[in-house]
Design a protein around this ligand. Structure first.
Ligand code: SF4
Length: 220
């Protein structure tokens, strides 16, 4: 029988766990606070790009998240370990993520997936439970990006804003500058100012992705 994407991901997680310990230092935090482009008040979750992305062949050549994991073994390792924990130690990880968000008093938002995508219903439900548990206790904006638009309604119902990678005309929300600006204008979709070269700080002066269903991005 042909293996599904979920089968392949579970196998990859098991192989990783056989060769590496999943025991993390006590100070380890599942989410990182900001990066060079994102405000520190945004907590970020990342899993391997490509492996967990549907139709990865369409965008792998220009994917910025793939570049980072190819260039830096520590990035690749960290993403793979988070994925393995999300599969093999899910309850434990859920509690750790909820605890981190609830105790990060300066956190204003959680970005699910700097890299990766929603590859199974079980994984979608994992994030929905986290969002519901956190939102009962404090107001934090959850947001994410996905090509798996079939999961969008369920994620939104749990309080997670979903930026769909497929635009209303069926095209991808990412591409060369002239192509993407024309497409965005025609569809009435905003373009990410950072990718247009505007001096904006993601999560501070721009929060389009926190609330919008469609945002377009210039390839950079
Ligand atoms: S549109 Fe705004 S919130 Fe979205 S990635 Fe660009 S800068 Fe960040």
């Amino acid at each position: 029988m042909k293996k599904t994407m979920e089968d392949r991901i579970h196998e990859a997680a098991k192989v990783f766990a056989e060769g590496n310990t999943l025991t993390v230092p006590s100070a380890w935090k599942p989410l990182k606070a900001g990066n060079m482009k994102l405000a520190k008040s945004v907590l970020i979750w990342s899993i391997p790009a490509g492996l967990t992305c549907p139709n990865a062949a369409d965008c792998v050549a220009t994917c910025y998240a793939m570049k980072a994991q190819r260039m830096y073994p520590s990035v690749r390792f960290g993403r793979m370990r988070r994925l393995a924990l999300a599969i093999l130690e899910q309850e434990w990880l859920e509690d750790r993520i909820v605890e981190q968000i609830l105790t990060a008093k300066t956190a204003k938002a959680v970005r699910i997936h700097e890299s990766g995508d929603f590859w199974s219903l079980d994984y979608v439900e994992f994030w929905c439970r986290i969002a519901r548990r956190v939102l009962k206790e404090r107001a934090v904006q959850f947001y994410t990006y996905t090509k798996m638009t079939g999961f969008a309604a369920q994620l939104r119902e749990a309080g997670i804003n979903v930026v769909e990678s497929v635009l209303p005309d069926g095209s991808i929300n990412y591409g060369p500058a002239s192509e993407i600006t024309n497409r965005a204008r025609r569809l009435g979709v905003p373009v990410c100012p950072v990718t247009l070269g505007v001096d904006a700080k993601c999560g501070e002066s721009c929060r389009l992705c926190w609330t919008r269903r469609y945002v377009a991005f210039v390839q950079h």
